[in-house]
Ligand binder design. Sequence first.
Ligand code: MLT
Length: 245
Amino acid sequence: MVNLQTLDVFNSIHSFQEDELRNKTVVVIDVLRASSTIITALMNGAKAIIPVADMGEASKIAQNVDSENYLLCGEKDGIKIDGYDLGNSPFEYSNELVGGKTLIFNTTNGTKAIKKSIGSANIYIAAFLNVSAIIDELKNQSQDIVLVCAGWKGRLAFEDLLLAGNITHVLSDGKLPDDARDGTKVAFGLYDKYGEDILASIHQSNHASRLKKLIGDDDINYCCQVDTTEILPRLKEGMITLTNG
Ligand code: MLT
C-alpha cells in the first residue's frame, strides 16, 4: 500500500539533494527521451545499460572495455555526440544493433538524474511506455516513494511532470489526500488538466518543440505511447537491467 502522504515528486535534477533519497524507492522519469530509449534498448535485447553523468566518465569506461560487446551511446542537447555509436533516438536501438550489448549511456539530463539517485534503496526507470508496470511495482514497495523528473537543465519538463501526475492519479485512485506533498499535488493537478490527450499536450511542450526542430515528430510520437511493454528497468550496482521479462 503506497503512503500518499510521503510520496514526493521532484521536478528536476536541481530540485533535491542526494540525501533526500536515502532509503527511498526512486522512479526516474525522462519521457523525452532517455527513459523511453532505455526501455526500448532493453526490450530489444540490450544486456545492460551503464548510465554516466558526462562525457569524461563515458570515455573512461569505454577505454577499458572491449568495443565488440560495448556501445557508446547518447546525446548532448538532443544531438548524437561525435564519435559515439548511437544517439538517443529510440529508433536507433534495434535488436540488430543492441542485442547482447552493454551500452554506456550519456544524456543531457536523464542519465544525470539516474546517477544522482544512486544512494537510494531502489531505482526504477519509467516512461509512458511502461507506466502500468511501474505502478504495479510501486504498489508492492514498503519504502517511501520519490518520482524524480529529469527535467531540462534544472528546469521542469512538462512531459516528465505529466507522467509523474499519471502515476500519482492511479496510485491515489484519483483522490489525492489534502496533506499530500506540494510536488505531488502539482503533478496530480497537471495530469488532471492535460492527461486526457497526452500526445497533443506533449507536442506543445518545450522539449518537444526543441526536438521537432532537430529531428521531426517521430521520436515524440513514439515516446507518448502508453503501456507498450511491461518491462521494468532497474539500476543495481551501476547497471540498468531488467527486473522482469
Ligand atoms: C535528456 O537526457 O535530457 C534527454 O534524453 C534529451 C534528448 O531528448 O535526447
